[in-house]
Design a binder for this molecule. Structure first.
Ligand code: GTP
Ligand code: MG
Length: 390
């Protein structure tokens, strides 16, 4: 039986160029992912190919190069910025005699480290089990007890010391528990709808500045950091947006703002499935604020990746305002942009410096009033207290 090599935190990165054209941006993101997983990169091995090798993803010569590089730099894990098939991963581990981690496992590892809430932990465990279940094949089913090192963290690994049948049972149990939590979530949501409060969700690529904006608007103190997937659990706060020109004497509108998990391109499918409940919350919002890091070189690809996840979770039709964030790093000034129908399409601001935040408050008040008019409701006068829904 083949025993998988142990993992560690000194990594050789591998990224191959298949002519997609944004190699450097992908590599920069890969480095951030690795840092967010808490690992050290000793170097990067790159290469060009027309298509992946079916047996080991990289060509034979490239694998020899990776082995030499890893040996010279004392690396104990090789991380690919690509999705590997179970067969490719196994062949690579045999030839390299090193633990090989693919992009999905790396992302799952970060999620496992970040999960805080009960629901978040269950979701990560489910995603890990589903991702690893396909890898429990004959001759490769031995999983060591040793802890630590990327690709090995989180509750998933210890479950895999048991057999496939138990694994299936565990998956079913996790799904049941998550379903229950999802129902509780739906009850909370209905209560909110009854009170006719506008539900606004912050969505966007990881590291775009969603939590920073959430904190700036609500003074909530959510964890914001220059790390990928700093936020995993949805946090909601009530927010009062003042207006001054209402005919009926009201002085503002109440909304519920939610900070959510960030998206990334090629998000593992097991993760999207496991985080279904969390993501569904997004799809149920009245308005999405799509936060964009306008200073990023990969901005356009990131917008595209977010749009594609939004359609995958059924949120493509939710009204959206683009938040052109981080203008302090670009030449753009703060401002509100409207489409041909006069509706607000984009707000340019800096969540960090606060420039343009007032414009966003104005925009939220305008949308809140529009929605209230459409529903024919009279938005309630509630105190400007911050209520934690999380
Ligand atoms: N210069 C600048 N940096 C910003 C701005 N907004 C956020 N940042 C920085 O961008 C980094 C990521 O911010 P977060 O608010 O954690 O981003 P996020 O979208 O919540 O990220 P995830 O939770 O990881 O998906 C942090 O280092 C912030 O300080 C901004 O307007 N200008
Ligand atoms: Mg965040």
């Amino acid at each position: 039986m083949f025993e998988r090599p142990a993992s560690g935190e000194t990594a050789v990165l591998v990224q191959l160029d298949f002519g997609e054209g944004d190699f450097d941006e992908r590599l920069a993101e890969f480095r951030l992912l690795l840092g967010s997983a808490g690992a050290q990169a000793v170097g990067v091995v790159t290469g060009r190919r027309a298509a992946p090798d079916p047996a080991r993803f990289a060509g034979k010569g490239k694998v020899t190069e990776i082995a030499g590089f890893a040996r010279d730099h004392g690396a104990n894990v090789v991380v690919f910025n690509h999705e590997l098939s179970p067969g490719q991963q196994r062949n690579l581990e045999r030839e390299l005699e090193l633990r090989v981690v693919d992009r999905s496992s790396l992302i799952l590892d970060i999620f496992a480290q970040r999960a805080r809430s009960h629901e978040g932990k269950l979701q990560v465990e489910l995603a890990q089990l589903q991702h690893l279940a396909t890898r429990l094949v004959r001759g490769w089913s031995h999983l060591e007890r040793q802890k630590g090192g990327i690709g090995l963290r989180g509750p998933g690994e210890k479950q895999l010391e048991t057999d496939r049948r138990l694994l299936g049972k565990r998956v079913a149990l996790l799904k049941d528990r998550l379903k229950l939590l999802e129902r509780q979530r739906a009850v909370r949501r209905r209560a909110r709808t009854r009170r006719e409060v506008l539900a606004v969700s912050l969505v966007g690529y990881t590291n775009a500045g969603k939590s920073t904006l959430f904190n700036a608007l609500t003074k909530a103190g959510a964890y914001a950091a220059d790390k990928l997937f700093a936020t995993l659990d949805t946090t909601s706060r009530q927010l009062w947006v003042p207006t001054c020109e209402l005919a009926d004497g009201r002085s503002g509108c109440q909304i519920v703002l939610s900070d959510t998990v960030g998206f990334i391109r090629d998000l593992p499918h097991s993760l999207v499935a496991a985080f279904h409940a969390t993501l569904e919350e997004t799809a149920q919002a009245d308005v999405l604020l799509h936060v964009v890091d306008s200073a990023s070189a990969a901005r356009d690809q990131q917008i595209e990746a977010v749009e594609s996840v939004l359609s995958e979770i059924g949120a493509a039709d939710v009204p959206q305002i683009v938040i052109w964030n981080k203008i302090d790093q670009t030449a753009a000034g703060a401002g509100i942009e409207r489409n041909d129908c006069g509706k607000i399409s984009r707000v340019r601001l800096s969540a960090r410096s606060g420039e343009g935040l007032d414009l966003l408050r104005q925009a939220l008040a305008e949308i809140s009033l529009e929605t209230a008019t459409i529903l024919g409701s009279d938005t309630q006068h509630e105190a400007a207290t911050l209520v934690d829904f999380a």
